[in-house]
Ligand binder design. Structure first.
Ligand code: IDP
Length: 138
């Protein structure tokens, strides 16, 4: 069964949206196979965002991701990788379509602030790599 790595970022945890976001994942029919709430380590964040290192938003993104607790989730189901990205909506919450997590619940976006509530892996390779970062036992 296809699986993906989902993160509920610190803005989602701080705003009390964990339940709503989990409900959308479960209502779509995806299974939650693992779930953890804790602060991300510097090592996890630099590994997770390695592809963005050197970009202007990299350091603000890592700082924001270190601001509070993160929920990491392994979800599975048919087509869950593109399916969750479609539930999440466009990266910029001000442009994300209504009906998506970012479109309905996200607000804050700026040059240096990247508060878009969730992350979802974008390919099978990324999913397996990211699951290895957040759930090393998997
Ligand atoms: P995604 O989360 O929609 O897959 P990515 O391009 O993988 O988007 O970017 C990872 C994260 O980096 C985004 O979710 C967002 O928080 C931040 N980000 C991406 N592009 C920008 C940008 O142009 N400005 C500020 N933050 C950005």
């Amino acid at each position: 069964m296809e699986r993906t790595l989902i993160l509920i970022k610190p803005d989602g945890v701080a705003r009390g949206l964990v339940g709503q976001i989990l409900a959308r994942i479960e209502s779509k029919g995806y299974a939650i196979d693992a779930l953890s709430l804790r602060s991300a380590t510097a090592e996890e964040l630099s590994a997770h965002y390695a592809e963005h290192e050197g970009k202007p938003f990299y350091q603000p993104l890592v700082d924001f991701m270190s601001e509070g607790s993160v929920v990491s989730i392994i979800a599975s189901g048919q087509g869950v990788i593109p399916g969750f990205r479609s539930l999440a909506g466009a990266t910029d919450p001000t442009a994300a379509a209504p009906g998506t997590i970012r479109g309905d619940l996200g607000r804050d976006w700026g040059e240096k602030v990247q508060k878009n509530l969730v992350h979802g892996s974008d390919s099978v390779e990324s999913a397996e790599r990211e699951i290895g970062i957040w759930f090393p036992a998997e």
